[in-house]
Design a protein around this ligand. Structure first.
Ligand SMILES: NC(=O)c1ccc[n+]([C@@H]2O[C@H](COP(=O)([O-])OP(=O)(O)OC[C@H]3O[C@@H](n4cnc5c(N)ncnc54)[C@H](OP(=O)(O)O)[C@@H]3O)[C@@H](O)[C@H]2O)c1
Length: 157
């Protein structure tokens, strides 16, 4: 089973340059809860914005640079190869961005963990158009915080 885990704003922004343009208390804890014990697949730019492997999870960095290496992480030259490597690791697989990787992964994932921050932000990286007809919402929870956020879990029909 492969999932996307993403937080977007009401205007679909997920990033501004290298950064996520909000700090929402509790949202990162939710990300941790969903992903702990699993394998994270991420684009090279997202990895560099985080800067280190996250504890308690395997990390696979997708990059076309065959010389790219970071201690404690795996690398893969394509999303397909990252998913094959993730399967070998035998843990739940979570695709965690960024925009380029989400766009390639959305047609193939089983589950989408979507947190929508209840505000608009300036940004230049966006979540791709979500094909709602292909998915069914199975869970929804509104969290109150410094900015409220709506968590929804979708499963492919
Ligand atoms: N809000 C959220 O939930 C969330 C989550 C994650 C990230 N973000 C944000 O998203 C932004 C980064 O997203 P992004 O779209 O700019 O970059 P990205 O998807 O993180 O990484 C893009 C890089 O991934 C590699 N790549 C992509 N497709 C590939 C393929 N098919 N085969 C091999 N390598 C491939 C390339 O690396 P090389 O150039 O090394 O070849 C490419 O430059 C940042 O602002 C970050 O903060 C937000």
């Amino acid at each position: 089973m492969t999932s996307i885990v993403v937080a977007r704003s009401l205007n679909n922004v997920i990033g501004h340059g290298q950064e996520i343009p909000w700090r929402v208390k509790g949202e990162q804890a939710l990300f941790r809860e969903i992903t702990l014990g699993g394998t994270l697949v991420m684009g090279r730019k997202t990895f560099e914005s985080i800067g280190r492997p996250l504890p308690g999870r395997e990390t696979i960095i997708v990059t076309r640079n065959t010389e790219y290496a970071f201690e404690g992480c795996h690398t893969a030259p394509s999303l397909e190869s990252a998913l094959a490597k993730a399967e070998q690791l035998g843990r739940p697989v979570h695709i965690v961005g960024g925009g380029e990787i989400y766009a390639q992964a959305l047609p193939i994932v089983d589950t989408v963990h979507l947190s929508t921050i209840q505000a608009e932000f300036d940004g230049d990286v966006f979540f791709p158009t979500f094909p709602t007809a292909d998915f069914v919402e199975v869970e929804q929870k509104l969290f109150t915080s410094n900015i409220d956020y709506l968590y929804q879990r979708f499963e492919r029909r």
